[in-house]
Design a protein around this ligand. Structure first.
Ligand SMILES: NC(=O)c1ccc[n+]([C@@H]2O[C@H](COP(=O)([O-])OP(=O)(O)OC[C@H]3O[C@@H](n4cnc5c(N)ncnc54)[C@H](O)[C@@H]3O)[C@@H](O)[C@H]2O)c1
Length: 354
């Protein structure tokens, strides 16, 4: 079978890992990269021996040899670039977050349906080996009914490079919530297999960035004016329609003992589970007074051994289903929108049905 030919849009920091992941797939190859910064595009080309380099998205879309496009550009351009690639007849993997709003995300989904091309969101946390172990256990019913999920990603000094687009609301759409909150929330809902949210009550804070503190160093884009008008902390309580609850807490910068805390913890009627650094299950022991803390071995989830790119490529080739459905991605975007609405208004937000 002929290899799937992939073009990458965006040659920033994440594109390097993306290229590496795609190259590991035996039936796919990266044949082109496009970035308005030719310098960054050429750096990626040299690192991975990519044959074609373009300076614009349109030039990439016009390349008839390209079957599919991986998009890793600043958030404000997610919807427009995904729509452009889909209209050009390419399958799309869009790196998170989906878009700046549910409305934008819906436009992308409609375009994908019309173009009959596969659109997926690249939610890489779902493919962590330990996420897949917990997913398998949840599917087997090991946890019973999951009534609470706790998702957190708390960095002590992890603000992306100051002065880059990540810190500007106009281009990033938001701060830590859209950047890593999206991962924590998505993973938690995926593992709970529950995307039906009812209400969201949230707060955001911007404490360190405005003072120029807490920089971590992520991001390769050029530094521009030093603007920081996004949040570096957020906390949300999400009530699901079935009565379950989720607490989401994320920070780019925070005074805490360790450099980073990152996990999804699930609490069920029969057992609890924790995802990182290794999958663990907590439950009553067989004998009275005993309690088991188990690190399951050899358990394989539905996407065991895949990366987000392998899953996308295999799904295009008809070998598997996409791990992330568009309905799930829209549900996550809707909750993220509500986090910002609730934080701005100081009120709980009730989500519309559907
Ligand atoms: N694990 C993940 O899922 C993951 C990890 C990191 C970043 N991301 C996402 O990937 C995207 C890129 O992040 P990054 O860390 O590589 O950022 P970055 O700032 O390092 O790079 C962004 C690149 O996009 C280029 N660019 C800007 N506008 C463009 C356009 N219209 N067309 C083509 N290229 C354009 C810039 O010149 C730059 O080279 C972001 O949306 C980010 O949230 C996802």
């Amino acid at each position: 079978m002929k290899n799937l030919k992939i073009g990458l849009l965006g040659a920033g920091q994440v594109a390097f890992g993306n290229c590496r992941d795609i190259r590991q797939h035996p039936q796919a190859e990266v044949i082109a990269v496009a970035d308005p910064s030719l310098k960054r595009a050429k750096a990626l080309q040299n690192e991975y021996g990519i044959s074609r380099v373009y300076e614009s998205a349109d030039a990439l879309y016009a390349d008839k040899d390209i079957d599919a496009v991986g998009i890793s550009v600043p958030n404000a351009y997610h919807a427009s670039t995904a729509i452009g690639a889909l209209r050009a007849g390419k399958h799309v993997l869009l790196d998170k977050p989906f878009a700046l709003s549910r409305r934008e995300a819906l436009d992308v989904v409609r375009t994908a349906k019309k173009a009959r091309k596969l659109l997926v969101l690249g939610m890489n946390q779902r493919f962590a080996p330990s996420s897949q172990v917990v997913k398998a256990l949840v599917e087997r019913g090991t946890l019973g009914d999951i009534y609470h999920g706790k998702a957190y990603w708390l960095r002590r000094t992890g603000i992306p490079r100051m002065g880059t687009w990540f810190c500007r609301k106009e281009i990033a759409g938001g701060g830590v919530t859209l950047d890593i909150g999206v991962h924590a929330l998505d993973l938690c809902l995926y593992l709970m297999d529950n995307f039906k949210a009812d209400t969201v009550s949230a707060v955001t804070h911007s404490v360190f960035g405005p003072r120029g503190l807490g920089e971590g160093g992520w991001g390769m884009s050029d530094r521009a004016e030093r603007i920081f008008d996004v949040e570096d902390f957020s906390s949300a309580l999400i009530r699901m329609k079935n009565g379950a609850t989720v607490v989401l807490e994320v920070s780019w910068a925070l005074h805490q003992e360790s450099a980073g805390r990152h996990n999804v913890e699930l609490f069920g009627t029969e057992a609890g589970a924790s995802v990182f650094p290794a999958a663990k299950v907590f439950r009553f022991g067989k004998r009275k007074g005993e309690y088991d803390v188990v690190e399951p071995q050899g358990v394989r989830g539905p996407c065991h051994g895949q990366t987000r790119f392998a899953n996308w490529i295999d799904a295009i080739l008809g070998k598997c289903k996409p791990c992330t459905t568009m309905a799930q991605a829209l549900a996550v975007q809707t909750i993220l929108d509500a986090v910002y609405t609730s934080a701005a208004s100081g009120k709980e937000v009730r989500l519309r049905a559907g």
